[in-house]
Design a protein around this ligand. Sequence first.
Ligand code: 7RM
Length: 634
Amino acid sequence: MARKIHTLGGYIHEYQRSILDPEAFWTQVADTFYWQKKWDKIVEWDFETPNINWFVNAKLNITENIFERFLYTKRNKPAIIWEPNDPNEPSITLTYWELYEKTCQFANALKANGVEKGDRVIIYMPMVPEAAIAMLACARIGAIHSVVFAGFSATSLADRINDCSAKMVLTSDGNFRGSKTIPVKKVVDEALENSSSIEKVIVLERTLTPVTMKPGRDIWWHEAIDGISSDNVAETMDSEDMLFILYTSGSTGKPKGVVHTCGGYMIYTYYTFKNVFQYSDDDIYWCTADIGWITGHSYIVYGPLLDGATTLMFEGIPTHPHPGRFWEIVDKYKVNQFYTAPTAIRALEAYGIDPVLPYKLDSLKVLGTVGEPINEEAWHWYHDHIGKGKCPIVDTWWQTETGSILISPLAGITPTKPAYATLPLPGVQPIIVDNDGKELKGNSVEGNLCIKFPWPSMLRTLYGDHDRCRQTYFSSFKGLYFTGDGVKRDEDGYYRILGRVDDVINVSGHRMGTAEVENAINEHPKVIESAVVGYPHPIKGQGIYAFAICDMSDRSEANLKNEIRVTVTNIIGPIAKPDLIQIVPGLPKTRSGKIMRRILRKIASGDSDNFGDTSTLLDPDVVDKIIADTDSAS
Ligand code: 7RM
């Protein structure tokens, strides 16, 4: 298949071509796809509004490019291999043909239950093949899916359902996660007490956890597909019709519904998957992300399947039933490309190399990381003990908003450098600016990472709030997409991502707004005010440190902290639970009332001098009081 880069010279050539003649470059990539009608123009754009259209007026269905396109060549090739949470339960393999049939059948079941083109469908499911089938079935009929990570609470789920006025929820009776069974249907029931748009809930039987089925609203998955045909003609979609919404955190309290559209997302997830991982036809590829995150969308489901790859899906967690589980799975299926998060690497590194030793790992050709900066130590451990020194590591930088990988090595083709995402992929034009928006040219510079030209899989809007999209991404620096990340371009021109420059923290690769966590903490009746910052955490990358002003009159400190953690778990989910809470007499605020997080970040990371300019602080004494009491944080 066309457009796979094989050499360093090939990369340089393709990169140049993509910048000098984007029209010709993208035409050549897109020509290998099946379009019901081709485009009138490759791209039309304006970063002020913003208004971005790729493959203008083209018509397609992304699932036709996964199924119909491969019917003769890949019919019996495994599309999805599924490894269950419990290693003793049989695994499942679905060939391209089988996945096609199941997708079409479920697409028909969705239609039979009232879902139409343009309707929003929430997917709140475990990591089982049906979750991928659900996404593809929505895409097949032009319904817009919004996958919500099944670890989110009922409140978070309800917020997302309400924000997009979803018509249907797809869920399961329960989820297996390590030794736990999570009753997710119950969470859905609770969420639906506070939402009115949902007409039907389809429930997959997975754990046999008892559930209450509400008559007229709830249907079992197996009953919904019973007797349903798998003949389905794909809906015709405009290139710029919505494919999905995925909620992500920003620096304010309210999650943002990032919108991706059909044509551009298809082209760039495919192109980046193929080139970054250097997938070859008989390879087995495994990405350990959850489909609730963008990585699961682009690099478990869409990217690999658009390339006709075999993608492995794992239901469980890295440490169950033992901390060698990942490596056991690599050997069991002879995985060739393995893609995970730095936090998982560090968590497994903490067990030492004993759990790795029983496994050969000799099938591995490529290792990848995503989600947060990888520290050099973890990089070397991964490289030496998992890759046995022979597998290139692709440190892939991208975002929910970018849809696909933008900065990364191409495995075995372009050089790697520990802790560096290295070079932009063809079609990506990064630019570094200082805080005044002045471009920092040349090498050995550090500043704000922006992108100056559109790429096909970029976000188009935030669902229901285009102006927030403009403000968040396109207004900080005129004419540029601002990523929110700080970056360094070193003496060789390689990019190293330095982390967020806004009030977003990254805990175990999960993005969270500090405001979101603060809002949840403040829901506790005894909390008067709180401020949340990230601090360096040996495994999670960043931990959550909460400073809270509380009414301590009728609670012990330990009880209160426990209750705050329960409150946060109930409102957002366990991933947002503070690691450390310090009860404080006040918070460092400016005269205008803004919390100076810069100071709290320093305190939380154990650094108690050189606070820089504190002249705008309302009450400088409060800083000393907080520092004197940091030992009480627990
Ligand atoms: C794919 C994903 C996006 C934020 C991003 C960065 C951070 C992601 C890397 C990274 C350093 C990397 N989407 N980030 N990848 N930082 N090196 N390779 O993670 O929307 O959930 O998060 O994650 O700060 O802005 S995300």
